[in-house]
Design a protein around this ligand. Structure first.
Ligand code: GLA
Length: 674
């Protein structure tokens, strides 16, 4: 275990913002709250290296010693997400350039180009200094490289890097011209010097150029990360290294691919919704993190921080107020703990927060903290103390892997490709389609593992592919083999439409999966925002509809009105030893749930706790000789749940079922015969 048999609990700690007297008080409060791990130094570069090559580390020595004496472990960060002012003045060429060609200035964070040699050199230097001094400090349990990689750049270094990357990927210009379909709009390249990053341009940009830039930039950032990781590993191979993923459609990072390069997948999660959707978002974020972790585990080279393939860590979340566009929203009482336990239910090795103590000033001065501006005599700190107690009582669950029998396809490149502007509607996103699928199954009590194309599927009864827009031949083969061998598959519209270069697969959509699905789609009919098409058997389709021809499949639902009336909307096809469903529209949530649960039941997949009432989330973790059922009551009423065993949080023993008070969580160690 990272923190000696306990779950990780704590958050970003910024002692550099406070006088030394406060540090002692911090450690005292951390002990009160049961904090086990804090992230130190994330944005501390200017305090660590106030002038080029001059290092002031005494304060950090003191802080690490204090924390160690107080029994708190440290995720020690490299501070490279926020270069100091002296760096930007000395290296103006390392400041980032936007797609419009505007060079940004110092004044915020992330003001660097990750491809700029001066930045990379400075980042290696400060990392090397920290590695040398702290790699064997007894408080250091984890290295936290950088913070939320994601900032992009279009400067000449990025451009040069992009060309190098393109040469590696495509080999020569002929192949690039072919992959990018440059015969369209006279974009044929005859010299590498003509190829640039996708800068601001007239009208629609080339979609494959944009897609390849996202892929390149993910790799460029990954190499910046790996440089630091290798220095840290070399200094002490026993300390795992990670970086915290930022989630969101805009992020140019292929998190699944990165999962092979980190020793522990770590994500930050801030639900954008203050209502019930926050619970759905939390479950999805946690499942994605676990999916990435599982994808990366067999390929990881470093210390795996304890073996369990699906282990990951919630590195940041908000104790209370969350920044969302326009207005911050409050986390209601009880939700901090419930969401934290939801993450642990889904495989997190604990719950970490941004941040420990609320700052006095600076850009995020109203961001919430475990110790708020009001101080420890506050609801939030009392909830923090209570959460620390709960995490302490349930620590044994860390041995358990999460059980899931449904897989949902996730593909960063499909997400990026569906952000191109030349699509039939701009209402579609891979992320939204994945979220809609996940929501429908979450509401029905199924636990789902996100999988990447090519991942092993033998543990799953059902695979769902929502808007998996890009499919290489290898991906088509992966899907074919799964179904042919007896797997059950549900494919959503806009899947398998294009190849890996975002070129359409001809002969009818969804080109890559036509044979498996036994359908041929002739035309798309995108719907207006307020359009709904009734479906036979009840419910409606939204956003999208298609002219679907049967080519072996049987109709399950048809469009019931409009130009498509009578033609198939949902189909099912027996293929090899398996079954493949096609859903050509976005069903309303209720219909989506009933279609997916129908497919799941037919496939033999089961919810974690059949009979749990709606609004009670149930997830099972299973370890050697034991299983734990997490039950989270998201409703405002007490709920009766058919579970038996011992609730580790209250100590209560449930013989015939358990009554879960409104908003509460139970973590039931199940009886051996469960
Ligand atoms: C991210 C960052 C933190 C902070 C929070 C605010 O997760 O890593 O530094 O900015 O967002 O929500």
């Amino acid at each position: 275990m990272l923190v000696g048999g306990r779950l990780c609990y704590g958050g970003d700690y910024n002692p550099e913002q406070w006088p030394a007297e406060v540090w002692q008080q911090d450690v005292e409060l951390m002990r009160q709250a049961g904090v086990t791990l804090v992230t130190v130094g994330v944005f501390a570069w200017s305090r660590l290296e106030p002038a080029p090559g001059r290092y002031t580390l005494d304060w950090l020595d003191q802080v690490l010693d204090l924390l160690h004496d107080g029994g708190v472990q440290v995720a020690l960060a490299t501070p490279t997400a926020s270069p100091p002012p002296w760096f930007s003045l000395a290296h103006p060429g390392a400041l980032p350039v936007t797609a419009d060609g505007v060079r940004l200035h110092h004044g915020s964070r992330d003001t660097y180009c990750a491809a700029a040699p001066a930045y990379r050199a400075a980042a290696r230097r400060i990392t090397g200094v920290l590695a040398e001094r702290y790699a064997r400090h007894p408080a250091v349990a984890l290295w936290h490289v950088h913070n939320e990689y994601g900032a992009t750049c279009h400067c000449r270094y990025a451009e040069a890097g992009f060309r190098r990357w393109l040469r590696d990927r495509h080999g020569d210009l002929d192949a690039l011209n072919d992959a990018w379909t440059t015969s369209f709009w006279s974009q044929h390249y005859s010299d590498w010097a003509q190829v640039s990053t996708p800068r601001a341009t007239q009208y629609l940009p080339n979609p494959t150029q944009t897609l390849d830039f996202r892929r390149y930039w993910s790799d460029e950032l990954l190499s910046a990360y790996a440089e630091q990781r290798d220095l840290l590993r070399a200094a002490n191979p026993a300390v795992p290294v990670t970086t915290n993923y930022v989630l969101g459609d805009w992020v140019p990072v292929d998190h699944g691919r990165w999962a092979t390069e980190v020793d522990l997948v770590a994500v930050d999660h801030y639900p954008s919704d203050a209502g019930p959707a926050a619970e759905e978002q939390t479950a999805l974020a946690a499942d994605l993190a676990r999916g990435w972790a599982r994808h990366g585990a067999p390929r990881r080279a470093g210390p795996t921080a304890d073996g369990r393939a699906d282990a990951w860590l919630l590195m940041e979340s908000a104790p209370n107020l969350i920044y969302t566009p326009g207005r911050m929203h409050t986390r209601e009482p009880g939700r901090m703990a419930r969401h934290s336990l939801a993450h642990v239910a889904r495989g997190s090795r604990g719950a970490m927060f941004f941040q420990w103590r609320a700052p006095r000033g600076g850009a995020e001065l109203f961001h919430s903290a475990l110790v708020p501006h009001a101080g420890p005599d506050s609801r939030v700190f009392r909830e923090a103390v209570a959460l620390g107690g709960m995490l302490d009582r349930i620590a044994e669950v860390d041995a358990g892997a999460v059980e899931a029998s449904v897989a949902i396809g996730w593909d960063a490149a499909s997400g990026w490709a569906l952000q191109q502007r030349g699509l039939p509607t701009d209402r579609l996103s891979h992320h939204d389609e994945v979220a809609a699928t996940h929501r429908a199954l979450w509401r029905a009590g199924y636990t789902c593992d996100p999988v990447l194309p090519g991942d092993p599927l033998d543990r799953y009864a059902l695979l769902v592919l929502p808007a998996l827009y890009l499919a290489s031949d290898a991906t088509a083969g992966w899907v074919h083999d799964y179904v042919h061998g007896g797997g059950h598959l549900v494919v959503g519209y806009l899947s398998g439409v294009a190849d890996e270069h975002a070129r359409i697969r001809l002969g009818g959509y969804p080109g890559a999966f036509r044979d498996v699905l036994g359908v041929r789609v002739e035309e798309f009919h995108p719907l207006a925002d307020d359009d709904e098409i009734p479906l036979t058997g009840g419910g409606t389709g939204r956003l999208w509809s298609e002219t679907v021809h049967l080519a072996g499949a049987e109709p399950v639902r048809a469009y019931a009105a409009g130009a498509l009336a009578g033609s198939p909307a949902v189909t099912r096809h027996r293929y090899g030893d398996g079954v493949a469903w096609y859903v050509s529209t976005r069903p309303d949530d209720t219909t989506h749930r009933s279609l997916l649960t129908g497919a799941a039941l037919a496939a033999g997949a089961r919810p974690a706790c059949p009979g749990a009432p709606d609004g009670v989330e149930a997830v099972r973790r299973r370890g050697p000789g034991a299983s734990w059922l997490f039950l989270l009551n998201h409703t405002d009423r007490a709920q009766r749940v058919p579970a038996t065993g011992t609730d580790l949080i209250t100590g209560a023993v449930a013989e015939t079922g358990l009554t879960l008070p409104a908003g509460q969580v139970a973590v039931v160690r199940e009886r051996a015969d469960a």
